[in-house]
Write a protein that binds this ligand. Sequence first.
Ligand code: SIN
Ligand code: CO
Length: 411
Amino acid sequence: MPQKRGKRKGALALHVSPVVEPCMILETFPTAEEFYKTYWGKKPFIVREYIPAALIDDMIDGDSLAGLALEEDIKSRIITNNDAGNEWTCEHGPFEDDRFDDIGDKNWSLLVQNVEQYHTETAALLKYFQISPRWLLDDIMISFSAPGGSVGPHTDSYHTFLVQGTGKRTWKISADKINDQRFADNPHVKVLKHGFEGETFEVNVGDVIYMPPFFGHEGKTIDAAMTFSVGFLGPKLSEMLGDYAQYLEENEDLNPRYLAESLGRQSTGFSLGQGAQDVIKGNVIAAIESDHFACWMASYFSKPTHEEIDPIEEDDLTESELLAQLKEGETLFRPEHIKLTITISKDGSFNLAVYGDTISIPKAQAKIIETLNAGNDLAYDDIAGLNDKDHAITLVTALYNRNVLVFNEDN
Ligand code: SIN
Ligand code: CO
């Protein structure tokens, strides 16, 4: 007869219960404090039914996603796998529309990137990730997968929210960062050579999984499914320094030449003496410590990570025309994929940037940007209530004419 656990006779040592790993499934989405303290970059979690089914109904469907995969400038891939999950193929789009005719009913996934740029209702998903650093958003990538479809066990450099749209999948996820990041020798997909240890969860409509960078994950489709991967990617140091160098180049007064003054005899011939090294290093540090760097950061992180293929194009309005429309009760909003980034310089001024262009704005006007960035519409009263109403209307008109704001058609 099996002994009851914990009742074993003769056990002299105190019985210590095994440490139970905190469950990855959370009752509710974490608050911003909890999110950054416990999870962001550190630990995956799952929240069931976080995204309302009604929002998912409005998001892009499989047919329209396949339609995007036919477009020249849109990045798409079809990945197939075998039943055993050890062989893959990958084809890159654009695809011919008959590509889907004989694709079969199992073991494939279509993945399309940057969908937030092409489908406003899909971009609305971003509102549910307001506590994330939206300035790091890379894109919403969507996979449509047939039963059995999988891109294999892998890690990403991204922070990803995997949102289950339609259908049903399982996700195996690791509780820790994967030490062995080596990929299998496969020209088609980047799958982990030695897989990873993890727990498997079944996900349904509206469930969300947060995966930090370099944590293992592997989705497998049970019922034809759409997964929305909301990805946040930090740039490489070389990418940032290269861009800052370009910024200095475009602002000649920020770009002084090293004149090699005050050299000593240690710097003769091909030797750079310590004094010369210190001056050169000091110049670079000064460039980074200056307020211009804060300005550049706003500009850099406001740039779309992928070229906008179909930018909003409306006729320009004068300030009085725009004001008249707002007075009539119309409201303006910022399409979710547009990044209106802000940094505060040491002198307290606000650097506002969009599409890589920066302007300095007073604190009062930062309120307007807060409203827009929170995903709220901007109405006449939001501007009329400000002390510096005239400058505010100038700012809002400039943003409208830069195709950053759009009138809400629902009004
Ligand atoms: C998938 O939907 O199968 C892949 C998504 C991901 O791992 O980012
Ligand atoms: Co992934």
